[in-house]
Design a protein around this ligand. Structure first.
Ligand SMILES: *Cc1c(COP(=O)(O)O)cnc(C)c1O
Length: 432
């Protein structure tokens, strides 16, 4: 284990860090990506037009099959995928769309882009995915859709969400931006709702730098998706003419070439991450003040976009989460604390008529729930570790654990530190 023999003086206070080695790089890439990209480059057929182009069509078919869906359509990114999926599902402008309070902004902003009103439900205190009871209490006659997010390393309760949606006739859009390849009761995410949305942005489990995809098994949704992402042009096989003013949200075939290779790597990477995650979870179970997220037994294939655990400062001399994360980073484990905000109280999505005249009126008029679980997660408890930390060996995991234990051992030395002082110490370290 690295760090043995080093003193217990925290790196944030000038001591020797537990780890100074680089972490496994992301995106993982190799000769296969190079070959695929060069082949696409040489044949000169680079665009997303005609839609779908050959490589994007082949990739989408493989991606749909891997997620137990009939169809998939590649799009420019994982934000517009949510926007067009809502529209293609028939969710109307002005409709209320229930989203979890604890997620990336795009889950909510995509509803705004589609002319809808995002309504924030709290998260489950143990899984940090959408709390279905909180969502149920927010349903009104204007509610048309619900957008569960499969957060970080788990899957939202798709059974309970399916029953709630069935009861009220709501459309379900799964935000699978973190969950490529995950399965719930043996079936792919993105196949449980009316549609699923995935992102291929740089940090995600499969990437072409940017990109997104919508999965569905509904032909009518696919027809409308085609028109929405291809400037209103009809899908050649479309049963009905979808008269829409569409964007150009197409993905290039250069990106599709890389994504075909990334899909082939996915399952092996899942296995590596899962094995390392089990080791890390077991260590966390034994550390006072840290708690693992609860992973439902119905998650039969786990996708780990970020390894997330819960922090309780009482077992760390009362320091707050942000100080803990700064100390971990100084030890060579660059974790993130405030990875996401609680959106209803975030600066971005709090109603503010001076910034967003139309959206603010909508946000202010929407039914609101208190979201204490989302706030506790966002501002006090969450610690996020990027998935590539788990693409190495057990030694990488042991470094994470060693760094956490070292910070715990000497947390008293950080007690009472204010944010400004932590920033100053961070800067002093990086200047050394
Ligand atoms: C990344 C992400 C998105 C948006 O994807 P982009 O490709 O970055 O636009 C949407 N939802 C969640 C939960 C995400 O993490």
């Amino acid at each position: 284990m690295a760090g043995h023999g080093s003193s217990t003086k925290l790196a944030l206070l000038g001591g020797t860090p537990v780890r100074d080695k680089a972490w496994p790089q992301w995106p993982a890439r190799g000769a296969e990506e190079e070959r695929a990209l060069i082949a696409a480059l040489r044949d000169g057929d680079w665009g997303g037009f005609p839609l779908p182009n050959e490589r994007a069509a082949a990739f989408a078919a493989a991606f749909a099959e891997r997620h137990d869906c009939e169809h998939a359509l590649c799009v420019a990114n994982g934000t517009v995928s949510l926007e067009v999926a809502l529209q293609a599902m028939g969710v109307e402008p002005g409709a209320e769309v229930i989203v979890p309070a604890y997620t990336f902004e795009a889950t909510a902003s995509a509803a705004l882009f589609a002319g809808c009103v995002p309504v924030f439900a709290d998260i489950d205190p143990e899984t940090w995915c959408l709390d279905v009871e909180s969502a149920a209490a927010l349903v009104t006659e204007r509610t048309q859709a619900i957008v569960p997010v499969h957060l970080a390393m788990t899957v939202a309760d798709l059974d309970a969400i399916g029953s709630l949606a069935g009861k009220h006739g709501l459309a379900v859009l799964e935000d699978c931006a973190h969950a490529h390849g995950a399965r719930w009761r043996g079936r792919g995410v993105g196949s449980w709702g009316d549609a699923g949305s995935f992102s291929f942005q740089t940090s995600k489990l499969m990437t072409a730098g940017e990109g997104g995809i919508v999965t569905t098994s509904d032909d009518a949704i696919l027809d409308r998706l085609h028109a929405l992402v291809n400037c209103g042009r009809q899908r050649p096989e479309a049963a009905q003419h979808a008269a829409v003013v569409g964007h150009n949200y197409r993905l290039t075939d250069l990106q599709a070439a890389i994504l075909e290779v990334q899909l082939a790597r996915l399952d092996h990477q899942h296995d590596t991450r899962a094995a390392n995650a089990r080791r890390l979870q077991a260590a966390i179970e034994d550390i006072d003040g840290l708690t693992n997220l609860r992973i439902d037994d119905r998650v039969t294939t786990q996708a780990i976009y970020q390894f997330v655990f819960r922090f309780d400062g009482d077992a760390f001399a009362g320091i707050d989460r942000d100080v803990f994360v700064a100390a971990l980073e100084a030890e060579g484990v660059p974790a993130d604390g405030r990875f996401y905000e609680s959106l209803p109280v975030s600066e971005l999505l709090r109603p503010d008529p001076t910034r967003y005249p139309t959206w603010s009126a909508a946000l202010a008029a929407a039914p609101a729930a208190d979201c204490p679980n989302a706030e506790r997660a966002a501002y006090r408890e969450s610690v996020w570790l990027p998935h590539q930390f788990l693409l190495g060996t057990a030694a990488e995991v042991d470094d994470i654990v060693a760094a956490v234990l070292k910070v715990q051992h000497s947390a008293g030395d950080l007690a009472g530190l204010e944010g400004v002082e932590v920033d100053r110490l961070r800067q002093a370290r990086s200047a050394r």
